[in-house]
Each structure stands twice: as structure tokens, then as C-alpha cells.
Design a protein around this ligand. Structure first.
Ligand code: NAG
Ligand code: NAG
Ligand code: NAG
Ligand code: NAG
Length: 460
């Protein structure tokens, strides 16, 4: 299959150095090398082979969030970064401590400095959400001075950079179909921008209907549609206040009437990026059904209410077959609604804070869905669960993350994929190509540039 890729000229990149003062306390310096001019041409795939990653993927197509990495955390949560272990890491010079035999006067090998050298830190993916914070603050300031007819504000170098490079993020719509984990992430994203997260649902309003975060001036909207799992109806024993269960009914009664206009982007037919998943609720539905079955066999006075409890077993193979068939319908349904041009990703399922044996149910669904979405739908995985695995200090309860390090990374990651869908190319933390105004809305073409390299089941 001939694969066409953008050729990024190796001309001395103009290095732009600027400091971003994150609205909060510290000021961090990022280095971006910006490609000069727009001399993009298209070359055949083998022209890039010499520069491929691990002999397989052109550098321009490497997904930093799919590479095993190091979770860099510092005291300030804003400094959190995901640092992929690129080959360049293994090419770093030897540390003096690796010398063998160990010189007697060396002392013990401790290597306990937690700071990461800039040369390594700068290979981390661009923290796009933090760039969005800057951009929003800049536009807001311009708007405020303009409204009050004050003279235009003095622009710093970093303001100018942001103004000139971030407009690709304007007029965008991002849709997450999932559960409370997705809702929480969007709520944190919203709060990190100082904005109001709005829940809506018409006459069906509960926390589990739809919610959104609209960023004025930037005109980007993040929307969540709460999916109640893959069940086809609402049984009597349903354990939550949700009145409508199947995705078909939820679409008809809630999403379409209440939220549809919020998710339609510039294409006029759908959002610019979709994440979807199901799992937690499927697992609980089966448990709740089984509980009800057991209770029916008991005299009335001995029956107990369902509590979610601690499932220690995987789903049965028939339960997984059921979920898989329903999930196929779910994806096909959404493709009918939004067309086939929107990049759609499966958001991998995270596990509980504690009790590895209680993850069996969720892992069985996640493994099945990883295989399903990649083999049946040629879909890429938004592999949040692999980044989040083991981050026990970042949970606020047994299953949800708190607003903090992991939520910033989630937001960065979300915008990373929007950057790619907009035609941007980033290699080892350096922007090689900024989205161009004329192609910023060619979602499918932009996405497909690297898509074939990135459909990967990545087992866990
Ligand atoms: C720790 O590492 C950083 C980055 O390499 C360096 O700037 C700093 O001086 C080191 N601190 C100590 C105590 O060696
Ligand atoms: C400032 O923002 C408000 C709210 O989005 C908008 O109504 C208004 O037109 C903006 N003013 C200018 C001068 O852009
Ligand atoms: C200020 O507002 C006016 C009128 O709405 C507009 O033409 C101008 O471009 C705005 N200035 C900036 C810096 O956005
Ligand atoms: C905001 O974005 C939406 C979706 O792209 C677009 O339809 C709308 O015209 C934009 N609004 C403004 C004021 O640009």
C-alpha cells in the first residue's frame, strides 16, 4: 500500500525560545523549533525509511503517548510531563557511575536527583492544554481591553507566539462518550481554565446525562455524553437514577434534543474528535442482574439491596460477546450520526485504586474492546489507562481521579490528538509542522497521514 507522508525539510529550524508564565505560580520555558516557510512536499514512504522510528514508523508518525514513558512529577503539578523513552534516551552518554570496576573513591551509587535535565524534558510531548490556557488568557485579555476601549495591551514575546500559532484550536468541538471518569476529566479541564462546567439533560437531567465546557473567545467546546453501558433496556432492578439506558434511547431522548448543536463543528456534521468507551457500567449491570436473580429466590424479608461491591471475576465469555455485539452497534450508530470523517478513538479503561484482583471484570472488557476497535473498526486507542496505571496518589476515591497531575496530562493528551487531526506534526516534543489554515478542517486527511501506523491493539 503506497503511503504518502509529508516531507519535513531538514533545514536549520528556527529555534524560538520563549517563556510561558503559566497563570499559576511558576514560569516554565519550553523550546519549540518551528519549521520555516511552508515548503511541504509529498514524497513516497521509502524516502523516510532511513529516518524511521525503531525501523517501522516514520518519525513524523510516532505517537508520544503510545511509547512507554516516565511520569515526571515535581512539587508543582503544572510541571507534570509524560517523557517517552525514545531511542535518544538510550544514546545519552554513560554516567560516570556506570564505570566498572567501581573505583573505591567513588562512593555509593545513588543517582537520587529527581530533576530531569532539560535535554530529556524537552523530548516530552508539547503540553497543549497549557498552551490553550495561555491562548485563552491572551484572548480574554484582548477582549477585556477592547471592551473597555483601553489601548491595546502590550504584547510579550510569548503572547505573540501564542497568538500566531494557536489559532488551530479555535472553533472546535470535542465529544467524549463514556462514564463519570470522562465527565470528571472534562470538569477538571474546565476548572483549570477557570470556567463553569455545565450539566444538562432536559427533563432527564441527572449527573449522568450530558455536560459540557465551552471556552469563550477560543470557541472550543468539550462535551460529554454519558453512556449507561450496553444494556438494551431498563430493568426494574436498575440501580441508578438514570431513566433511559440503551444508547439508542439515550440518543433519541437526551443527546440529540439536548446536546446536538453543541457537538457540531466546522464540518457541519459532527465534532472534530470523538473518544468513546463503555465498561464500568456493563460490569455493574451484570452484577446487579445476578443479585436480583438471587434475591428473587429468597423470601421477601430476606432480600437485600444491591451494592456495587468488589467484583473479582472477569465477565463470562457470553457477557463479553454481548458487550462486543452491542459495542459494534454503538460505534456503527455513531458513525451513522456523525459520518465517517471524524477521528474516533477508544478511550482505554482505567482500573481501581486498590485491589488488583478487583480489576478482573474491567480488564476483561478492556482487552476485548482493544481487539474489537482495532480489528473491526480500524480505530486508534487513546491509551490513557497505560499512563494512569499505578498513579494511586492521583485518585480521589476508589475509581475516580482527582484534579491534579493526571488530569493535566489527560487534557494535554486530548489536545495532542486534536493537533494531529488539525494537520499538526510534532516529533519528540518539537513542532515540525503547524496546522495550516487551509487544511485545518480536513480532519480525515490529516488523521490518515499517520493512522495506519498507529492502529495497534497494545495489550495490557
Ligand atoms: C539535579 O539535576 C539538575 C538537572 O540536571 C541540576 O541542574 C541540579 O544542579 C542537580 N542538583 C544537584 C543537587 O546536584
Ligand atoms: C468580548 O467577549 C464577549 C463575550 O464572548 C463578546 O460578546 C464581545 O463581542 C467581545 N468583544 C469584542 C470587542 O471582541
Ligand atoms: C477590537 O474590537 C474591534 C471591533 O469589535 C475589532 O475590529 C478589533 O480587531 C479588536 N481588536 C483586537 C485586538 O482584537
Ligand atoms: C464557533 O464554532 C462553531 C463550530 O465550528 C461554529 O459553527 C461557529 O460559527 C463559531 N462561532 C464563532 C463566533 O466563530
Amino acid at each position: 500500500m503506497p503511503m504518502l507522508l509529508p516531507y519535513v525539510p531538514r533545514m536549520g529550524p528556527l529555534i524560538i525560545l520563549f517563556g510561558i508564565s503559566l497563570s499559576i505560580v511558576i514560569s516554565v520555558s519550553y523550546i519549540y523549533s518551528v519549521q520555516v516557510g511552508s515548503g511541504l512536499s509529498v514524497v513516497a514512504r521509502n524516502a523516510l525509511d532511513a529516518e524511521s522510528f525503531a525501523g517501522r514508523i516514520p518519525h513524523e508518525c510516532v505517537d508520544p503517548y503510545k511509547i512507554p514513558g516516565y511520569m515526571y512529577t515535581a512539587e508543582g503539578k503544572e510541571e507534570t510531563r509524560w517523557i517517552p523513552f525514545y531511542p535518544s534516551f538510550f544514546d545519552l552518554p554513560d554516567l560516570p557511575e556506570t564505570e566498572y570496576p567501581h573505583p573505591e573513591d567513588r562512593g555509593d551509587i545513588l543517582l537520587d536527583n529527581r530533576t530531569v535535565d532539560d535535554a530529556i524534558l524537552n523530548t516530552a510531548p508539547v503540553p497543549w492544554f497549557r498552551m490553550l490556557q495561555q491562548y485563552y488568557n491572551y484572548l480574554k485579555r484582548v477582549n477585556e481591553t477592547n471592551e473597555s476601549s483601553q489601548p491595546e495591551p502590550e504584547l510579550t514575546e510569548s503572547d505573540e507566539f501564542i497568538r500566531d500559532h494557536m489559532s488551530w484550536v479555535k472553533n472546535r468541538r470535542i465529544l467524549l462518550m463514556g462514564d463519570s471518569l470522562d465527565r470528571n476529566q472534562l470538569q477538571y479541564l474546565c476548572e483549570d481554565l477557570g470556567l463553569q462546567f455545565v450539566e444538562e439533560g432536559g427533563k432527564h437531567l441527572t449527573k449522568q446525562t450530558t455536560a459540557y465546557c465551552h471556552v469563550p473567545h477560543v470557541n472550543i467546546t468539550f462535551v460529554q455524553w454519558h453512556i449507561a453501558g450496553m444494556y438494551t433496556y431498563r430493568p426494574d432492578w436498575w440501580w441508578m437514577p438514570m431513566k433511559v439506558v440503551s444508547f439508542e434511547d439515550r440518543y433519541k431522548e437526551i443527546f440529540e434534543p439536548v446536546s446536538m448543536p453543541r457537538v457540531i463543528g466546522a464540518s457541519g456534521s459532527g465534532p472534530d474528535l470523538i473518544l468513546l468507551q463503555s465498561g464500568l457500567w456493563d460490569q455493574v449491570a451484570f452484577l446487579s442482574g445476578a443479585h436480583n436473580q438471587r434475591m428473587q429466590a429468597l423470601p421477601e424479608e430476606e432480600r437485600t439491596r444491591f451494592v456495587i461491591g468488589r467484583p473479582k471475576e472477569p465477565l463470562t465469555i457470553d457477557q463479553l460477546r454481548f458487550v462486543s455485539k452491542r459495542f459494534i452497534k454503538f460505534v456503527e450508530f455513531m458513525k451513522d450520526v456523525f459520518g465517517d470523517n471524524v477521528p474516533m478513538m477508544y478511550r482505554s479503561l482505567t482500573v481501581r485504586k486498590e485491589g488488583k484482583d478487583e480489576d478482573a471484570g474491567i480488564l476483561s472488557i478492556d482487552r476485548m474492546l482493544r481487539s474489537l476497535v482495532t480489528t473491526r473498526f480500524d480505530m486508534e486507542i487513546f491509551d490513557w489507562s497505560r499512563l494512569a496505571y499505578g498513579a494511586v496518589h492521583e485518585y480521589k476515591d476508589f475509581i475516580h481521579f482527582t484534579r491534579g497531575r493526571m488530569s493535566l496530562l489527560f487534557s494535554d493528551m486530548l489536545l495532542h490528538y486534536l493537533f494531529r487531526a488539525s494537520g499538526g506534526v510534532e516529533v519528540e516534543g518539537v513542532v515540525k509542522k503547524w496546522p495550516q489554515e487551509v487544511t485545518v478542517n480536513n480532519l480525515k486527511a490529516n488523521w490518515n497521514m499517520c493512522h495506519d501506523y498507529l492502529v495497534d491493539t497494545t495489550n495490557r
